[in-house]
Design a protein around this ligand. Structure first.
Ligand SMILES: Nc1ncnc2c1ncn2[C@@H]1O[C@H](COP(=O)(O)OP(=O)(O)OP(=O)(O)O)[C@@H](O)[C@H]1O
Ligand SMILES: [Mg+2]
Length: 252
């Protein structure tokens, strides 16, 4: 028997309490070890999709399955342990040090202090923040890029098989962004997580994604391998490809 997908959406709808439909008829599967990029304009429903995956929001219709088990059958605490979430705008606690921010999830799970310290040291190294230099600092003593690295360290700390990343490199200068994208790619080759990665940057989607899921106004327009995305004649894809080509032409 083949493994079930890590994440599966079947005809999922999400409505607000005010009956606004934010996501409609979303069907999508994410394979284990895959990086799926969720690409779409602001307001298209990307963050809403991530929140449905980790149970912060509940689907109004349809079914979401995580590792073959319907979401409603998961114990919410176990689910959160299974899924690391690097949220949009990082969301670090300002009065916690880098170490305490990174340790958040393992601490909730009452890891013994020695194991906790060793693991936090390990993930801080992983994301390029040597603990001897950074662990005792507070978020306001870091650059934006360093803060995003702490967000990533926090998502990785409990070693979850699934990672949700919401525009983790969005607010960075282009040089830092490219450096972090490269590091993330290398890290992923080593860690082999299932990743759902939100971006509105088409270059980032093409660079990092095994596949690209394009969202438009709360609907999925299609899922593409990067090469197929560039060659697609789909009217929803075209503006992205044109924007990407225009960027490239600047350097021709
Ligand atoms: N609680 C809510 N009640 C009503 N509308 C909401 C709520 N949360 C989000 N929305 C709306 O739902 C739509 C999708 O929001 P979502 O945060 O998923 O977008 P996004 O694709 O992540 O956008 P961005 O790229 O700007 O982060 C937006 O139009 C937003 O205004
Ligand atoms: Mg968002």
């Amino acid at each position: 028997m083949t493994d079930p997908p890590a994440i599966e959406f079947a005809h999922v709808q999400y409505r607000t309490t005010g009956n606004r439909i934010l996501l409609n008829d979303l069907s999508l599967s994410v394979q284990r070890g895959e990086i799926l990029m969720l690409l779409g304009a602001s307001g298209s429903g990307k963050t809403t999709t991530l929140k449905l995956i980790n149970g912060l929001l509940q689907a109004s219709e349809g079914q979401i399955t995580i590792d073959g088990k319907p979401l409603q059958d998961w114990d919410l605490i176990r689910l959160r342990r299974h899924i690391g979430y690097a949220i949009q705008e990082v969301g670090l606690f300002p009065h916690y040090t880098v170490r305490d921010n990174a340790a958040l999830v393992p601490r909730l799970e009452n890891w013994p202090p020695q194991k906790l310290k060793a693991r936090v040291d390990e993930v801080l190294h992983m994301v390029g923040l040597p603990p001897q230099e950074f662990a005792a600092r507070y978020p306001n003593e870091l650059s934006g890029g360093q803060r995003q690295r702490v967000g990533l360290a926090r998502a990785l700390a409990a070693d979850p098989p699934i990672l949700l990343m919401d525009e983790p490199f969005g607010a960075l200068d282009p040089i830092t962004r490219v450096a972090l994208q490269r590091e993330f790619k290398q890290l992923q080759q080593r860690l082999n997580k299932t990743v759902v990665f939100v971006t509105h940057d088409v270059g980032e989607a093409l660079l990092l994604g095994d596949r690209i899921a394009l969202m438009e106004s709360g609907r999925l327009s299609g899922v593409f391998a990067p090469r197929d995305f560039l060659e697609s004649s789909d009217p929803a894809v075209k503006p992205y490809v044109e924007a990407f080509r225009a960027m490239q032409q600047v350097f021709d």
